[in-house]
Design a protein around this ligand. Structure first.
Ligand code: GDP
Ligand code: GDP
Length: 454
């Protein structure tokens, strides 16, 4: 009927407001104790209640998904990094630099009561060089009496300081509005040059063989530097030709320039991973097949899924495996990596080159899935069948109905389901499983969110 049509058009419009492509990134930087984490917590607490399934992969967060005024973005709390890296000398500028590298917009938090220090000024210089938009927060302005302290920060030359009390919430909404004003719809950090080489991140904990694999791949084929459009700009990337096509391996400087650090090495590794993921479309997670799968391997996998990037898992050092280890490896994979059993798997040896030729087909599969768009009509026909066969359980005499579904974006595929009531987590997982059964999505995370309409 016409009424239905109008309703569906409304849903469609609402869903299409969703961003296409990687979420834009906001990094919060500044000296220790200025209130970065307090500010981040305030932003996250205000987040609109979007219902989502988060698979239970444990990890230390370096990035969060946030929402303000209906726009979603990734929020990076460099203050949280310092705490995770307890006991490590993470210089303020170094920390800010990494935040900036990953971000589309930077929020510099300064303690207005203390005023600008040398460290603050060092960070300001770095921000200027980066050319990224900066929003300056004058924090700890708990009441009007301190507004003059905030105004003094005009001196930093970053434009208007926003007076905020992260602790009490004062002014934080205005800051977020200012951030949204300069925030792009889609992350520019990962901006893909049309028809340019696809962007691959090689990630994994230290010593799994990332640099060995990069060397092997770069040596096996010609390394193209100048003759691919738009490839000379970022010196931290390497262009490697595989199967007759150029691929951009992002952030390889982080792989080549090995950080020799005993304390906090894990922590640095997870920052490096995050930086690489922000720039990549697909990640190859290397796992040392010779060693038991570790918590840190799972954390890297979790980071890829959270970042919404396509995923290939490469079990490296296959040349070292005996019968027994192979047996245990399979058991470990079944136990620890069931949640990503959709990821293409390759068993390789960066040393001998075994099966490294299987990486490209796996990358192609993952990227195809990542790019997939399911027509709305097909999606709704399928959901209709699924729901008819397995309706949502009745709770307290009520049964939520599924009204309509649409794919809001690709890269990765994100689905929005409009329902007449809250859908239980178990049921949402069931729907997600059925979507995978039907459409495959090998190599890509998918996201299913639910909007409730009475
Ligand atoms: P970070 O190291 O920059 O992440 O700083 P934190 O968020 O951990 O905050 C450092 C200290 O400053 C904590 O004791 C906070 O409670 C306090 N703080 C943060 N924001 C405010 C604020 O707006 N007003 C006041 N008075 N204290 C604040
Ligand atoms: P990264 O820290 O992840 O970059 O790891 P590297 O590439 O530096 O490798 C760590 C160690 O593992 C080095 O001693 C490599 O020679 C070794 N290695 C890497 N790949 C393989 C492999 O496929 N087989 C064997 N036997 N050793 C490997």
């Amino acid at each position: 009927t016409d009424d239905d049509r109008a309703l569906i058009d409304g849903f469609q419009e609402e869903a299409e407001e969703e961003d296409e492509g990687p979420l834009p990134v906001v990094a919060i930087v500044g000296r220790p104790n200025v209130g970065k984490s307090t500010f981040v917590n305030r932003v996250l607490r205000r987040r609109a209640a979007v219902v989502e399934d988060t698979p239970g992969v444990t990890r230390d967060r370096v990035a969060y998904e946030a929402e303000w005024s209906g726009r979603r973005f990734t929020l990076i709390d460099t203050g949280g990094w310092a705490r995770q890296a307890a006991g490590i000398d993470l210089r303020v500028a170094e920390q800010a630099e990494m935040g900036v590298e990953m971000a589309d917009v930077v929020v510099l938090v300064v303690d207005a009561i203390v005023g600008a220090t040398d460290d603050d000024e060092a960070v300001v210089r770095l921000l200027r060089r980066s050319g990224k938009p900066v929003v300056l927060v004058a924090n700890k302005v708990d009441d009007q009496r301190f507004e003059a302290d905030a105004a003094a920060l005009w001196n930093l030359g970053l434009g208007e300081p926003w007076p905020v009390s992260a602790l009490h919430g004062r002014g934080s909404g205005d800051v977020l509005d200012a951030v949204l004003d300069v925030l792009p719809e889609v992350s520019q950090v990962a901006q893909v040059i049309p028809d340019g080489p696809r962007r691959v991140a090689l990630v994994g904990r230290p010593n799994v063989g990332k640099s060995s694999l990069l060397n092997k791949l770069a040596r096996a084929d010609r390394v193209v530097v100048d003759d691919v459009a738009g490839t000379t700009r970022d010196p931290v990337d390497e262009i490697v030709e595989l199967d007759g096509r150029p691929w951009r391996f992002v952030d390889t400087a982080g792989i080549r320039r090995r950080v020799h650090q005993t304390r906090g090495a894990d922590f640095y590794a997870s920052l490096r991973t995050q930086a690489a993921l922000e720039k990549a479309e697909v990640a190859v997670v290397l796992i040392d097949a010779e060693e038991p799968i570790a918590e840190q391997d799972l954390r890297v996998v979790g980071q890829v899924v959270d970042a919404g990037r396509a995923l290939v898992i490469a079990y490296n050092k296959w040349d070292l495996l005996d019968e027994e280890r192979r047996y245990y490896l399979e058991r470990e994979i079944e136990r620890d990596l069931v949640q990503v059993q959709w990821a293409p798997r390759v068993n390789i040896s960066a040393r001998t080159g075994r099966h490294t030729d299987r990486l490209v087909p796996a990358l192609d599969t993952a990227l195809d899935s990542w790019d997939t768009r399911i027509p709305t009509s097909r999606l709704n026909a399928l959901l209709g069948e699924i729901v008819a066969g397995h309706p949502h359980p009745v709770r307290g005499g009520k049964q939520p109905r599924i009204l309509f579904a649409t794919q809001a974006s690709t890269r990765p595929p994100r689905f929005v389901i409009f329902a007449s009531g809250f859908l239980e987590a178990g049921y949402r997982r069931f729907l997600e499983r059925r979507l995978r059964e039907e459409f495959g999505f090998a190599g890509t995370p998918i996201e299913v969110s639910v909007r409730v309409r009475e």
